[in-house]
Design a protein around this ligand. Structure first.
Ligand code: PLP
Length: 395
């Protein structure tokens, strides 16, 4: 584990490009601890989609090393196997719909399967039969999202069938559709209805004799905004990464959560040029200087995760000052109008996303807003072309 930690913190010596995604592992650890404390429950850190773009392995090493979570949740079997290959020993729950056909691998890698349909149950029973030893699984019930999960009415029956097949239903779960938008004080919200359905499933599964150890329903918003949705365990993703603009709606203990955005997208000024009045910059000549201007050429573009649709809205922070991007964002290059930023030089650091000095920081919500994207899409969409560097004390 220690050797592993060392390799995460060392940036590649062959890294030439100045554009990089910087991930603050101490922020992630701090956020995870804050979520676990606020929820008063076990925490499974959701590290699907390469840890929402932050690097699943590095995030998992940091959280496991700091004992800041009790397990991990992923979507794909492959994502779970990658965690095991990286030496992660904590429980790993495989939540996604694409595990059918992957049961053998799930069991062989000591991952925890989610039974979310009768087909899942049949396929898992087959593997258990072949191996001749029982397997622990979580049963997912559909309480209204109509995406994954078995019907509440069938939950007891399936739990009994699982038991007969050597599958121990040790966890019962559901997923909330509206926790980030519902009013926690509204007794008639979608979330309340889902929790009521979940209680019915719970009763049926217990009555069927399932050896339930944990119940879980909450994503980050459920965990932080809905007391009654916490149960024994919460599955938090976005809050671990320090995002979740719904937190600003501020339920009491959620407000106490230290929310530290963990991702920054940074680059450096590659070139500076003077633009005469009336001259254009970039493809399509979409922007023309209305005054004598100074522009900074930045070595990143849409192939790096700065959406072309953000053209006309995006800003960057240079020397603690916001500067607008001008001209079309291209594949490898963006151009900032730095006419009003005093003293800009080639090599100056440029913050495209994340913490910057003074009031110049750029949140994932703002960055996404330029291109009609959610915070989730911003970090998940950060291109693999951009090298990740890791900072922070991971102990
Ligand atoms: C992705 C996911 C989560 C985590 O959601 P966040 O909003 O990122 O906290 C929790 N549960 C399930 C089933 C998921 O698919």
């Amino acid at each position: 584990m220690l050797g592993a930690t060392k390799s995460v913190t060392a940036p590649s010596p062959t890294m030439i490009r100045r554009t990089r995604v910087e991930v603050d592992l101490s922020a992630i650890i701090g956020n995870a601890r804050a979520v676990r404390r606020a929820a008063g429950a076990q925490l499974y850190a959701v590290v699907k989609a390469d840890g929402y773009g932050h690097g699943a392995i590095q995030v998992a090493w940091a959280l496991a090393g700091a004992r800041a979570c009790d397990g991990f949740a992923v979507s794909l079997v492959e994502e779970g196997v990658a965690l095991r290959d990286a030496g992660i020993e904590l429980p790993v729950l495989v939540m996604g719909p694409s595990q059918v056909g992957g049961e053998e691998e799930i069991v062989a890698s000591d991952l925890t399967p989610v039974v979310a349909s009768e087909e899942d149950l049949g396929a898992l029973a087959h593997v258990v039969h072949r191996r001749g030893s029982p397997v622990d699984a979580h049963l997912k019930v559909d309480t209204g999202m109509n995406r994954l999960g078995v019907a509440v009415e069938r939950a007891g029956e399936l739990a009994a069938e699982a038991w007969r097949s050597g599958i121990r239903i040790v966890g019962l779960m559901t997923h909330l559709a509206c926790a980030d938008i519902d009013d926690p004080a509204d007794p008639d919200s979608m979330t309340r209805h889902q929790l009521a359905r979940f209680a019915l499933a719970d009763r049926a599964v217990v009555a069927a004799g399932a050896p339930l150890r944990v119940r879980h329903a909450s994503n980050s918003a459920g965990a932080l905004l809905f007391h009654e949705a916490r149960f024994d365990l919460v599955r938090a993703g976005i809050a671990i990464y320090g995002q979740g603009s719904w937190l600003e709606r501020g339920a009491s203990d959620a407000a106490a959560l230290v929310r530290q955005p963990a991702m920054r997208l940074v680059t450096e000024v590659a070139q500076l040029r003077a633009i005469e009045v009336g001259a254009s910059v970039g493809y399509g000549a979409t922007w023309r200087a209305a005054r004598p201007s100074r522009v900074a050429i930045l070595p990143l573009g849409y192939a790096d995760g700065l959406p072309r649709r953000a053209t006309g809205h995006a800003q960057v922070a240079i020397r603690g000052v916001r500067a607008p991007l001008v001209g079309l964002i291209s594949m490898d290059i963006a151009i900032a109008d730095v006419t009003e930023v005093p003293g800009v030089e080639v090599g100056d650091p440029v913050v495209v996303l994340g913490k910057a000095s003074g009031g110049a920081s750029i949140s994932a919500a703002e960055y996404g807003g330029w291109a009609g994207l959610s915070e989730y899409e911003v970090t998940c969409g950060m291109s693999k072309r951009v090298p990740r560097t890791y900072v922070g004390d991971v102990r």
